[in-house]
Design a protein. Structure first.
Ligand SMILES: *Cc1c(COP(=O)(O)O)cnc(C)c1O
Length: 442
């Protein structure tokens, strides 16, 4: 057993001054029990906690750290930018360069607006969709997370086409009441709700390939179907690529599905999503996010149009320098590497669990993967909820004791990065048999 005295002491201090001792709920380990590790430093694929324990990082800050920690190019770019000042509140060159890089990568994008978090990106995209259409209802899918936007915290209510109850206290019924929640991968439910209320619906928002209920890729034709139905009814389609953007390919999930070898080479037959949202990887570990689409849609935003949106730190010169340096290092060979590492780890994990007779399903979306502790396939949130979260908790803690930091929840994707080299992968493989044995225990 590793010592966690210093983490435990910090957690006590934190709980006195911060609700639950954390600044984002899932960090508190409530899904797995035990003491969260307070990380003191990180380098490449390794995390070191305040007690001196080292872990292979399969959390990657929930996605952003695609190059590994303290990557020399990013460190240099951040240092150089910071030496010229931290924030100006005026336009500056890095934000232009980052917007150009994003627009160049994702073919349907003509313009982006930079913001500071994924939540801000989806919130603003939603407001824009409502402003453009003059409608107020939004359709989302159960198990898809789009940040803590009031209207998007709603979960599945009592069935298809029922207005959902708020998922969180403090969300007014008026906000949640404009949200319809449908089961993911159920195009029939989408068609039915549009047949009944199509004229009220401003937008459908979906995770490009969901990763926030574990990894549940869209069934063949699902995204294309959303595009067709929204277009028929004059609603916008918002593809939330905050997690998948620049991770699943150089052009995110969109590039993965529409590139050579994807399901729709050359683009979806009925067109691209109207709006995209980005975050995580594009900030390289700093607060930078974006939403964007065709220029004609984006023209509705202030100062050109009537939809207001703003931010004191939007396009921050240090954050945009980090994002730009990160995206520039996201080359085709990086994506090949991520795919190989994901193959190796997910295959080995599955073999270890099979050897111990633990029911499980590995699901992949490019290099994103997760392991559901249930028989698959998992196509929706209801399917994901069938899993044995206690078995995951035992598995998680055995991995942690074995020097591997997984996401502390059964409902999250595992992330790998450019820095996961042979030593890091071997350390993961070495920890798996004991973790599988732990998962198998009653
Ligand atoms: C993380 C995430 C968000 C929210 O981003 P924050 O930066 O945490 O506000 C939104 N959508 C998706 C798909 C995400 O994974």
């Amino acid at each position: 057993m590793t010592s966690t005295d210093r983490s435990a002491a910090l957690f006590d201090r934190a709980r006195a001054v911060t609700p639950g001792g954390v600044n984002s709920p899932v960090r508190a380990f409530r899904g797995v029990g035990g003491t969260p590790r307070f990380i003191a430093s990180a380098q490449g694929p390794w995390l070191t906690d305040v007690d001196g324990n080292r872990y292979v990082d399969l959390l990657c800050s929930w996605g952003p750290m695609i190059l590994g920690h303290a990557h020399p190019d990013v460190l240099a770019a951040v240092g150089e930018a910071a030496s010229r000042g931290f924030s100006f509140g005026t336009p500056s060159e890095n934000e232009v360069a980052l917007a150009e890089e994003i627009v160049a990568r994702v073919e349907p994008l003509e313009q982006v607006r930079l913001v500071s978090s994924g939540t801000e990106a989806t919130m603003s995209a939603l407001r824009l969709a409502r402003g453009v259409t003059g409608r107020s209802v939004v359709v989302k899918f159960a198990g898809c997370y789009h940040g803590h936007v009031d209207a998007l915290l709603a979960h599945a209510g009592s069935g298809v086409a029922t207005f959902a109850l708020p998922d969180s206290a403090g969300v007014p019924a008026s906000a949640a009441g404009e949200t319809i929640v449908l089961p993911y991968n159920d195009l029939g439910a989408v068609e039915q709700v549009f047949a009944e209320r199509g004229e009220e619906i401003a937008a459908v928002i979906t995770e490009a390939s969901p990763g926030n209920m574990g990894v549940v890729p869209p069934a063949p034709g699902f995204t294309e179907g959303l595009r067709r139905v929204t277009r028929e009814h004059g609603a916008l389609l918002i593809s939330d690529e905050v997690m998948t953007g620049f991770r699943c390919s150089a052009a995110g999930w969109y590039g993965h599905e529409t590139g050579d070898g994807g399901a729709h080479p050359g683009g979806y037959p009925s067109g691209a999503p109207d709006l995209f949202t980005f975050g995580k990887v594009m900030g390289g570990g700093f607060p930078a996010a974006a939403f964007g689409g065709r220029a004609e849609v984006m023209a509705h935003l202030a100062p050109d149009g009537p939809v207001y949106q703003a931010g004191t730190l939007s396009g921050n010169p240090v954050a945009t320098a980090a994002g730009l340096a990160t995206l520039r290092a996201c080359t085709p060979s990086l994506y090949d590497h991520l795919g190989r590492v994901a193959d190796t780890i997910s295959t080995a994990a599955s073999e270890a669990l099979t050897a111990e007779g633990v029911a499980h399903t590995v699901q992949r979306a490019a290099s994103m993967f997760s392991i559901f502790f249930t028989d698959g396939p998992v196509r929706s949130y209801a399917d994901a909820q069938q899993q044995d979260t206690a078995a995951f908790g035992r598995f998680f803690h055995a991995m942690l004791d074995g020097g591997v930091h997984l996401p502390p929840s059964a409902y999250e994707a595992w992330f790998v990065g450019a820095a996961h080299d042979e030593a890091a992968v071997d350390a993961v493989l070495g920890a798996l048999p004991a973790a599988a044995r732990a998962a198998a225990q009653p």
